[in-house]
Design a protein around this ligand. Structure first.
Ligand SMILES: [Fe+2]
Length: 227
């Protein structure tokens, strides 16, 4: 009821100086994000209103979605990009294909599939952890990506509030791993404790990248992201 009291606004110009969302689930029909191109268009229109000019599509690559391989996602992405260009005009909203890799039992294989992982700009690989339990060898898994010549990026570290404290995250950053914050964390989308943690990590300068992690039009609205 008093949810609005927690809410603060975020500004895309401050968090995303290039105007590009670094984390989104707008590639339709491949994971728990947008189910179809029409829904993705609704989300993208909202992102444009929020001041964005592009987004990295970061579909989940995890055991739960065995069909999500770089080749299958690339194929989907090419069709999706054409659809978006047809509806919005060519180049109106820039799309880039990356992925969000889960550290699960398939991670070591997935990260080497087809020779190279799907990457964010700057040879970065976006990686997530399970919400409630750190898997054995999770740090080695992150470092294995660095050893392959890429920069690992840990997605939404503020959300692992029960698993990793601020010192853990400082140590992760010291080992060459970057942190990507969720904009919704700053504005209270995930509740007060995560909002406080995100603001603390931001004040410490621990984040390198920001993204919406948007999954739906409703979530896009609840980001409270302004130009
Ligand atoms: Fe995500």
């Amino acid at each position: 009821m008093f949810d609005f009291l927690l809410r603060t606004k975020a500004h895309s110009k401050q968090l995303l100086p290039d105007g590009v969302d670094m984390h989104s689930h707008i590639l339709p029909g491949v994971d728990d994000g947008s189910p179809d191109a029409e829904t993705s268009l609704t989300i993208i229109r909202h992102l444009i209103q929020s001041g964005l000019s592009g987004a990295c599509c970061t579909p989940h690559i995890m055991l739960r979605y065995p069909g999500n391989t770089p080749a299958s996602l690339r194929q989907r992405f090419d069709t999706f990009r054409q659809t978006i260009d047809q509806h919005l005009g060519p180049g109106t909203f820039h799309l880039h294909l990356a992925a969000e890799y889960m550290i699960d039992e398939g991670f070591a294989t997935a990260i080497r599939a087809e020779g190279a992982p799907l990457r964010l700009p700057g040879e970065r690989v976006l990686i997530e952890l399970p919400q409630y339990l750190l898997p054995d060898g999770w740090m080695d898994a992150l470092l294995s990506v660095r050893d392959l010549g890429y920069t690992p990026v840990l997605a939404h570290p503020e959300r692992y509030i029960r698993l990793l404290d601020t010192d853990d995250l400082r140590s992760i950053v010291a080992q060459g791993i970057q942190l990507q914050g969720n904009i919704g964390s700053l504005t209270g989308l995930y509740g007060k404790p995560i909002q406080q943690r995100a603001n603390e990590l931001r004040a410490l300068g621990l984040y390198t990248l920001w993204g919406t992690d948007v999954h739906s039009p409703g979530m896009a609205r609840r980001l409270h992201l302004n130009p």
